[in-house]
Ligand binder design. Structure first.
Ligand SMILES: [Zn+2]
Length: 106
């Protein structure tokens, strides 16, 4: 594991659950993916061997998997969830960049 790239989180809090984010400089070679959400272990692992733009987009993608995983009734297939997350993540990233989150904060 390597330290988080500058400005990226080392963990998330999602509905009072703690989700560590670990960074690895070679995940793609081991798992054939840029990031993985390990729902049983409640952690996210990210490869750092990609552009910052791809890293941010992938981290948001994995965050959505984590958000989905903590819901009590999650009876869709992995393929359906992947399609949902793949569809939602780019739109959410664009939305957050265009509008910020100031209005969500207390
Ligand atoms: Zn995914």
């Amino acid at each position: 594991m390597v330290p988080p790239p500058s400005g990226l989180p080392s963990s998330f809090e999602i509905m009072e659950q703690h989700w560590p984010v670990q960074y690895s400089a070679g995940l793609t070679e081991v798992r054939d993916c840029y990031g993985v959400t390990l729902t049983d272990e409640q952690r996210i692992v990210m490869d750092t061997n990609m552009s910052r733009e791809k890293l941010v987009a992938t981290l948001l993608h994995e965050l959505l998997h984590a958000c989905y995983a903590i819901q009590p009734d999650t009876n869709i297939s992995h393929e359906q969830q992947e399609k949902f997350v793949d569809t939602l993540a780019p739109a959410l990233l664009s939305f957050l960049r265009s509008n910020g989150i100031w209005w969500l904060l207390k």
